[in-house]
Every structure is written in structure tokens, then in C-alpha cells.
Write a protein that binds this ligand. Structure first.
Ligand code: BG6
Length: 302
């Protein structure tokens, strides 16, 4: 048995012989589904997510680049929309490769993993986005499905002569069965900016964080590489960062969810938590001709 890949004009789906699958929309290179071999879905996707390429996707794994959040006024990204342009432009499918390589392969028997590559280049950006951030760049986003998890890696290359600064983040909506039984670990002692509390600075004092209201925090300068999501005290996901020091924890809760037209069902916040790995607390500078890579491995522990 081999990896099954199907595609149409708007999306690529890959399925391993053991049943695991991933679905990626070319719009934003947004992963919109990631299932275990038994069919269990790991990503939350709003029932009213817009998938026709007219709006960033509410759910799955939108890619944030080159700015996180509302752009600062005094920066080269200041004319861009919130979270930049990567999530609302169409990427190119560059092809697939299969391998038996670590860390995602279990048996070493072949066809254990499949890697899908997507590209976004300044030369292919619509004029409007290009004007708002006039740098020459190439992004290659690799989505690797394995039996043990899903890996997403971003490669950023400065194709021009001028240096540029960027932020990047993988805005993963993890599906949970009940937020009241969900806890987050791995952030103890980490500094964070609380965006709900007027962007004030704090230090995490909980080993296990419960979510009982709106949460919007930027944990930064993280020393541990793994953030875990537990349900009923049992491990559900491990999110392992690679060359990324920050993690945003987000749940919109009742009011913010009510205010988002594409968020449905309205109590969907009870079944999701965003654990968003990135480099967003400062800027990563890339000189002309240089490249940078970072990403995550998410393990589904069901
Ligand atoms: C999070 C931000 O990453 O994304 C939140 O920290 C924001 O402040 C959320 O509300 C969703 O953003 P958007 O643009 O997809 O509605």
C-alpha cells in the first residue's frame, strides 16, 4: 500500500496506508483537517469557515507572516492587514515526497510519512500586497504527515539585497472535547504578555493552566521545547517547537466568539484551544540571500 494523494484546484489531501490523513487548502496553505488512523480529527474548523479564498480560514492551521497581530505603526509591515498576507493568498503546490525518516516514522517500513511542500513568492503576490511589503522573498511551507504526528515547517528566504524583518506563527486550532476538562502544561515560569489585560507583562505561575474565560497570551523566550494539552489530566497533544521561542495561547470565549461572523457554532470555543508556535515577540532579521527555518511537530496522543 502506498500514500494516497488527491488534489483539485483548491486543495491537496494525503492519506497514509494506515489511515492518517491531512488536507491542505492552497489558499493560505491552510491545513484544514488532520486525522488519526482511526478517523479522529485533531483540528478544530469552524462550520462557517470561509474556504473559497475570500477570507482567512477560521480554524485549522492558518499561517501568520510577516507580521503577527495588528502591525505596529512604525514598522515596514505597518500597511499590512492583521497577521499579514500569507493566510489570505493562494500558495503553489510544489509536490510531495515520502520517506521513512525520523522523527515521524514508526516502523521504518516505508510509506510511513508524506511531505507536502507549498510555496509563496513575492513575484506571485498580487500587486497590492507587494506594494505594502516590497521585499523579494520565497516561502516554502512543508507539511509532513506521519503516524506519530503532523509536522509543519516554514522556510523563509530573502531573495533580495535589502535586509527585512519578519514575524511568523502557526495559528493551530487544536480540537478538544471539553475545554472545562482541558489543561495546558509546559509553560510554568515562562514570561508572557497578556493581551486581554492591556498587554501587561506576567510570569506563568501554574504548572497546569485551565481556561475559564477569554485567553490571549503571548508566552515568549520559552526554554522548554514542548507545550502539552491534556484532557481529564491525560496527554492529548504535545506541541514541540523547532527554532521558535514563542507560543500564543488563545481562546476567544463567549463574547469574542459571538463577535466573529465566521465562528460557528457559537459555543465552539468549548471544543478548541489555539496553541500557536511562532517567533512573534520581536523581529527576525534576514539579510539578502539568507534563509531561516522554524516549525513544529504536533503529536496526537489519543
Ligand atoms: C491570535 C491573537 O493569535 O489570533 C488574537 O493573539 C486574535 O489577538 C486571534 O484575536 C484571531 O485573529 P483573527 O485575525 O484570525 O481573528
Amino acid at each position: 500500500p502506498s500514500v494516497d494523494i488527491s488534489s483539485d484546484n483548491s486543495r491537496i489531501t494525503a492519506r497514509l496506508p494506515t489511515g492518517e490523513s491531512v488536507e491542505v487548502l492552497l489558499y493560505g496553505a491552510t491545513v484544514i483537517s488532520w486525522k488519526n488512523g482511526n478517523g479522529a480529527e485533531n483540528l478544530w474548523l469552524s462550520e462557517k469557515a470561509v474556504l473559497d479564498g475570500s477570507k482567512a480560514v477560521r480554524g485549522g492551521i492558518p499561517v501568520v507572516f510577516p507580521v503577527f497581530g495588528p502591525p505596529p505603526k512604525d514598522h515596514a509591515t505597518s500597511a499590512l492587514p492583521q497577521h499579514g498576507f500569507a493566510r489570505n493568498n493562494r500558495w503553489e503546490y510544489l509536490g510531495k515526497s515520502s520517506s521513512e525518516s525520523a522523527p515521524l516514522s514508526k516502523s521504518g517500513a516505508g510509506d510511513d510519512t508524506v511531505k507536502l511542500d507549498f510555496g509563496l513568492y513575492s513575484s506571485a503576490l498580487p500587486e497590492d500586497a507587494r506594494k505594502k511589503w516590497p521585499y523579494d522573498f520565497g516561502l516554502v511551507y512543508s507539511v509532513t504527515l506521519g503516524r506519530e504526528g503532523l509536522q509543519t515547517m516554514m522556510n523563509v528566504r530573502n531573495e533580495g539585497k535589502e535586509p527585512f524583518e519578519f514575524q511568523v506563527l502557526m495559528h493551530t486550532y487544536l480540537k478538544v472535547s471539553d475545554i472545562s476538562k482541558t489543561t495546558i502544561t509546559g509553560l510554568l515560569s515562562a514570561p508572557y504578555i497578556d493581551k486581554v489585560l492591556n498587554a501587561t507583562a506576567h510570569t506563568e505561575s501554574n504548572h497546569a493552566i485551565s481556561i475559564t474565560g477569554e485567553v490571549d497570551r503571548v508566552y515568549h523566550s520559552l526554554k522548554q521545547s514542548t507545550t502539552s494539552v491534556l484532557e481529564d489530566g491525560k496527554p492529548r497533544y504535545d506541541v514541540v517547537r523547532d527554532n521558535l521561542d514563542d507560543t500564543v495561547l488563545w481562546n476567544p470565549w463567549t463574547e469574542k466568539a459571538a463577535g466573529m461572523g465566521d465562528f460557528y457554532p457559537k459555543d465552539g470555543f468549548k471544543h478548541m484551544v489555539c496553541v500557536e508556535v511562532g517567533a512573534v515577540n520581536s523581529w527576525t532579521k534576514l539579510d539578502g540571500g539568507e534563509s531561516w527555518e522554524g516549525g513544529q511537530l504536533i503529536k496526537s496522543l489519543l
